[in-house]
Design a protein around this ligand. Sequence first.
Ligand SMILES: [Zn+2]
Length: 390
Amino acid sequence: MKGEVLAVCSRYLGPGKTSGKRTTYRCSRCGKEKFEANHERGIAGCWNEACAAPRCTDALGLVAFFEGLDERLQFPEVVKKAHEVAGVVGGMRAAGPRPSARARAAGSPGPEPQRAEADPEVKNAAYRRLLSLCPPTDRSLAFWRSRGVGEELVAEGRFGEATPKAARAATRALERALGRKRLLGVPGFFAGGGRGRISFTLVGDYALIPYHDREGRITTIEGRALTATQEERTGKYVSLRGSANHLYVFPRYRPDDLLAFCEGPIGAIVAARYGLAVGAIQGLRRFHAPGAADEPLPELRGADLQGRVAPYVPDRGVGKELAEETACALAEPARGLPAVAVLPEHSGTAPVEDLDGWLLSLPPDPRVRRAAFGRLLAVGASSGEHGATV
Ligand SMILES: [Zn+2]
C-alpha cells in the first residue's frame, strides 16, 4: 500500500511536514530534521551524514531499524511487526478479509475461499525482498526503452532484473531470512535446486514485473525473457510455478480505476505512460485453462467498476467468441459492463498486433495517443451497450 512508509515513519517519529512527494521528520536518532520519506517511491531515511539511521530504506527496513531487529536474521519478526505497525497506524490492514468479487456479485458475502498459497503478507515480503536484491541494470533498461518505457516508469512500476547469479543469490538470502518451510509456501520457490537447495522459477535472464493488489502488496512476479537463449528455452513470458492467475495493474492505479483490459502486462505498462489505467491478463490460454476460472483474480477482489463499461482489447487474431467470453469473465465479477474493443488491423502500413504496439505506432504526441485510446474504447463501449458486440 502506498502510505505504508509514511505510516511507519509517523508511528516512530510523530507527525511530519509534507511538501509534494516528500515528508520531513525529526530523526529520533540524531535529533535533526533530516529524516525524509518519499511516499511515491516508498522509501525513507535520515540524510544527516553523521547519523546511524539508514538513509534509504523501505518500510520493512525502517521497522527493523526502529525495533532494533536484524532484517537479515530476524526477517519473519520484522514482517510481523511491520504488519502490526501498519495495521495500528493506518487501520488499512486491520480489516478482515474481503468477500471475493464473485461472491459479492452473486449477492452472498461469504468468507474468502481457502487458498493453498502462502499468506499475502509473506508473499509480499518475499517478492519485495527478491526485487530489492535484483534491481534493473542497463540491460533491462534498454529492453524497456525499446518498448517505449523510460527509466521513471521502470522505477514507478518497481521492475527488477534477474540474472542466473543474482536470482540464485536472492533465493539463498530469502531461504536464510524466511526459513525453508515458509519460503516453499511462496509460489515460484520449490525444492529441487542442487544439494537440497531451494530453486526459483525465474533463475535466468529476465526483466521482472511485479503484480500488485489493491493494498499495494506484490502478489506475483512475471518474467520477460531478455536474451534470445532464454526466450528459446522458456518462451517470452514466464509465470511463477504454482501461482494462480493474476491481473496486472500498474501500481499507480487501483482496480476500481480500470478503463479497459488487455492481454500481457506490457500493454498495461505502456498505457500507464499515457495516464491510462488498463488491467492485463497474463495470457488467454492461461486465463481460460481448466479450473482457472474457479479462482477469482486476486487483484480484482473487492473491485467495483460501478457499472461502467470496461472493454477488453484483444490481441490480433483472437476470435470473437473467445474475446466476448474473456470480456465477461473480466468485467462482470468487478461489477463492470463487458464489451470488446477491437484494435484496427493496420496502423499506417504496419499490421497491429496488440495494444502497446498500436499505441506506440501512433503519432508520438501523448494527447494524440490518449485521444485515440478514448475513441477505441468509445466504439467498444457503444457496441457493448447496444448488444452488438457482447
Ligand atoms: Zn538522523
